[in-house]
Design a protein around this ligand. Sequence first.
Ligand code: NI
Length: 164
Amino acid sequence: MILPLVHLPSRVLRMPTQPLKFPLNKSVIKLIHDMVDTVRKANGVGLAAPQIGQNLQLAIIDIEEAGIPPFAIINPKITESSSEIESMEEGCLSLPGVFGEVKRPKKITIEAFDIEGKLFNITDDGFLAKVLQHEIDHLNNKLIIDCFDNITKGQELLTKYQEK
Ligand code: NI
């Protein structure tokens, strides 16, 4: 099922998120499947629960062109980040049409739980590292609009997304 996406200035994007408990209940498992359908339909590479109106520590990563099938990160934490910083153009499904450069650590390690409740780690220094940081930021109520280095597209849309 495709879920409606929440856009700025919706306050749910700024609400604290709650960790999930295992085993996951049926409604959360359905939510995860629906989030996968939703991120695919939107041609996104990631989707965090606040973006569909749920203040949960849950995000989907979907970088199929890199050969990575969609997977959930639950209660994720960044455990290491490099001092080396890299800038990349990013957009967000919560502020469609706006793109800008965002500086982030190049290499990170995260720790998260999978859908079965198993803890796993990912270390990456490429595109995946940026997507993971973007999604984990959502779970900490941080949006790219807060950390754009410069806006590359959609400057005129910004007032529409401005929070009161
Ligand atoms: Ni986003």
